[in-house]
Design a protein around this ligand. Structure first.
Ligand code: 5GP
Ligand code: ZN
Length: 114
């Protein structure tokens, strides 16, 4: 989609530090990491957020979670643990309106969303 930051990153128009790619999704390091490991996992299809997934697009969720399994294994996060975050809409703190899963790890996290 035009003027979408993550579509531009996936098209190679904006550089990123790629950590994973398959036919359905891509993952790269967050430009402003909030933890020692902070990866953004993005579907190649442009969908805004979880609640805009419809019908045949439901495969996107399945594809994303199978990529999560592979990435956390590759990043050695399985044993130590990790956190998945999906921000949606204004109150959720979403700033890029192309669905993405934050994969955070490398530190013991607290629970204080505001
Ligand atoms: P959101 O706030 O929408 O959940 O997450 C958007 C994320 O994208 C933020 O954590 C932000 O740091 C990251 N981000 C913004 N611009 C860029 C960029 O140009 N490159 C990369 N790799 N990450 C970005
Ligand atoms: Zn997009």
């Amino acid at each position: 989609m035009e003027n979408c930051l993550f579509c531009k990153i996936m098209a190679g128009e904006i550089p990123c530090k790629k950590v994973y790619e398959d036919e359905n999704c891509m993952a790269f390091n967050d430009i402003s990491p909030k933890a020692p490991v902070h990866i953004l996992l993005v579907p190649k299809v442009h969908v805004e957020n979880v609640h805009s997934i419809r019908g045949e697009d439901e495969k996107i969720a399945k594809d994303l979670f199978s990529a999560v399994s592979k990435i956390v294994r590759e990043q050695n996060l399985e044993k130590s643990g990790y956190r998945l975050v999906i921000n949606s809409g204004e109150n959720g703190g979403q700033t890029v309106f192309h669905l993405h899963i934050h994969i955070l790890g490398g530190v013991k996290m607290g629970w204080n969303p505001v």
